[in-house]
Design a protein around this ligand. Sequence first.
Ligand code: NI
Length: 172
Amino acid sequence: MAILDIIEAPHPILADKAREVRDDEFGDALEAHMRDMAETMYAAPGVGLAAPQVADGRRIVVADPANGGSGDEPNLYLMVNPVITERSRELTTSEEQCLSVPDMTIKVKRHKTITVSWRDPHGEAHAETFEGWPAIILQHELDHLIGTTLYDRASGLKRSRYLRARKKAVRG
Ligand code: NI
């Protein structure tokens, strides 16, 4: 297990569209990599992490909606090639933060309920319907796979504030 470096916006990898994981990439090595992603997420601490955030341009998401959310038992999802197959008409507004966009909170409109299908690291197919907080987290993570972060959703003012703060952080 290892903690991976989390890339911060703006960064070309975060803006790229992730590619599908190929059939020959499933297996123990993929699971080990995703467990590292999960460890990185828990250490941050966060409730979700997408592969582009750790410089891996593949359609991979780890998420634990219970971690820091409702306080339920941890329930880790390891999702390879996740796809949203159904979206409710009903929307909800969430206040979101992102491990790749530190110290920024953005209001985002999300579908209240979604159905996601995915494969686990060994290739087995899964599908589940998520409502509320878990649905919001997964929509946020799947946005990362098409190159969209909260940075892209921020107003010009919020962006320039963020960039000024980042510059100071780099200078130490
Ligand atoms: Ni994020």
